[in-house]
Design a protein around this ligand. Structure first.
Ligand SMILES: [Zn+2]
Length: 435
């Protein structure tokens, strides 16, 4: 009879009744991933460590660039490839290696974890020619605004998986163009691609859109799964303009939807959108202390004869720190009047590399580039071939020097009440004081 016995990590086979004992060395521990890949330093944060060969004698640390070590608390090995631990609050913001040690052996993941300083994190995920924005508040709510095109949504799914996000409190579809709502179904249905199964990523609190008919059939299907939390923001009355406390002092306010703009006195100003879908985009202001972030899908401002919602908006909006450029930097939008009213310190543009729409447009970049002290991040290199549109994005922004960054990839805004940073995927950081 053959039996297996464990001695301090060594696996031994014992042939009972005979004097035969053979042992194999323990599998050395190997750390593969840490989830989530980032956590704020204002609170204790639960973490999951994935790998192989874990045993219960292990210890784990975050190791800073200066060699300083932060011990992970309450480490529990659940199985040889999975452990849980808690990162105590108070760690200095920055990137850390993750170090695993047991039985004199160790495994290390370089720069695998980021400690965040502000309570508010806004990620513009690079979904090519489309939009997807994730808003997270430490100890508060998670909001998803748009999910990109169906063919690009894997970038968003990879992102939420890596960040350990498995539910959304609020989902907002700004409008029904495929580059904003095409990815929702695949994202919500999960790995098996089918609704109403255990792996669905279900919103828990609210699903907002402008109401009415959606020409995207996949979007119509996925929103119909949530009749109890779905709310139509058709712009006909004040209930179309919810204001939500996201926690830790962060507020989300809907300001425009379906061509209506909420005035300071609570009344509504309406623009006739006609058949223009972009004009109907839901626009929201996200604020924390002095920090303000404006985003509004593909909202139009009169360029190329589009209905002009931006002029109405410009009359009531206060200056913001960050403006996520409407309509991927298209010349339908980002009118001079709106740019003057918003007066941002930083503009973010989500646009596909060498896209067929010539985004971002030369008109908008020529309005942006002369503004003193304004910074610009674009997810991709934009237009790289002058043949197609008559301009190359990198040439148009070259006058901005270091203030403009192309190919930023996933862009992260990390905000506290007075200060914020904007970071590219490759780690270029700009730091600002909120005004
Ligand atoms: Zn769009």
């Amino acid at each position: 009879m053959l039996r297996f016995v464990l001695f301090g990590g060594w696996l031994c086979s014992l042939v009972v009744g005979l004097v035969a004992l053979s042992c194999s060395a323990p599998t050395p521990p190997s750390l593969v991933a840490i989830r989530p890949a980032s956590a704020p330093n204002q609170q204790d944060s639960p973490l999951t460590l994935l790998g192989e060969g874990f045993d219960s004698t292990a210890k784990a640390w975050l190791v800073g660039a200066d060699g300083s070590k932060i011990a992970l608390q309450e480490l529990r090995v659940l199985e040889p490839g999975k452990a849980e631990a808690v990162l105590p609050k108070g760690a200095a913001a920055g990137f850390y290696d993750v170090l695993w040690e047991q039985d004199g052996a160790s495994s290390r993941l370089g720069s695998a974890f980021e400690v965040l300083s502000g309570v508010l994190t806004i990620d513009m995920v690079d979904v090519g020619q489309g939009d997807a924005l994730l808003i997270r508040v430490a100890g508060g709510k998670t909001v998803l605004i748009d999910a990109g095109r169906e063919e690009d949504v894997d970038a968003l799914i990879d992102f939420v998986r890596k960040e350990g996000i498995n539910r959304f409190d609020i989902v907002i579809a700004t409008h029904y163009d495929a580059d904003h709502v095409g990815g929702f179904a695949k994202l919500v249905y999960g790995e098996d691609g089918r609704p109403n199964t255990d792996d669905d990523r279900r919103p828990t609190e609210a699903w907002w859109d402008r109401g009415g008919f959606s020409k995207s059939t996949s979007y119509s299907s996925v929103r119909s799964l949530f009749p109890n939390i779905r709310k139509t923001l058709d712009g006909s009355g004040p209930e179309s303009f919810p204001s939500v406390d996201l926690g830790a002092g962060v507020k989300l306010q809907v300001v425009t939807t379906n061509g209506s703009v909420l005035q300071k006195d609570g009344t509504l100003a309406k623009v006739d959108c006609g058949a223009d879908e972009n004009c109907r985009s839901v626009g929201t202001l996200i604020s924390l202390g002095k920090f303000q972030f404006w985003t509004a899908g593909d909202l139009t401002g009169g360029g190329i004869d589009t209905p002009d919602v931006e002029s109405t908006l410009a009359k009531i909006v206060d200056p913001v720190e960050v403006y996520r450029a409407h309509h991927h930097g298209s010349r339908t939008s980002s009118s001079q009047g709106l740019l003057d009213a918003l007066s941002p310190q930083m503009i973010l543009i989500s646009a596909g590399r060498q896209n067929s729409y010539c985004h971002p447009s030369d008109e908008v970049l020529k309005r942006i580039s002369p503004i003193p002290d304004l910074s610009l991040f674009v997810t991709t290199s934009g237009m790289i071939d002058g043949e197609k549109c008559g301009y190359v994005t990198s040439e148009l922004v070259s006058v901005m020097g270091q203030r403009a960054l192309l190919n930023a990839g996933n862009i992260r805004v990390q905000a506290g009440e007075d200060r914020y940073t904007v970071r590219s995927a490759s780690g270029e950081v700009r730091a600002f004081e909120a005004r």
